[in-house]
Design a protein around this ligand. Sequence first.
Ligand code: FEO
Length: 170
Amino acid sequence: MMDQKVARLLNDQINKEFYSAYLYLEFANYYAAAGLDGFENWYKVQAQEERDHAMLFYQYLQNNGEKITFEAIAKPDCSLSDTMAPLKAALKHEQYVTSLINDIYAAAYDVKDYRTMQLLDWFVKEQGEEEKNASDLITRMELFGTDAKGLYMLNSELGARVYTAPSLVL
Ligand code: FEO
């Protein structure tokens, strides 16, 4: 039987990951309207990854015989004033998600739930990558995004991102 605080936090995380997917779809939607299909593609792929994260938590709870409760997914909370805004909001959001993963890890650590800690090791590493990607994108937008040709090139590059399934298999 899993500790109920750990189980509840893992259950909550399913919702948070689906919210992340929803938020990134909102960014994709914004860039589509702005004519930046490469940025749109980037965030559509990102949204797919977030759905994968949700499903990993879902499957983990299922595998451990825990009951799952779905809650409403909130409306994306963002006001996108310019083409830089989604990039900054994404970094802030990933930093928040890292704090959530850390909180679950701390709860699992407290009750010596080594199985959950092992699951979360993958997410801790993943969050490091997510934050770096988000931060790098801001830097590149600052460097190249103010020049039309630079923005065109960056958009083309982001358009080449392809979805790959997560390396973690439960
Ligand atoms: Fe599921 Fe972007 O963290």
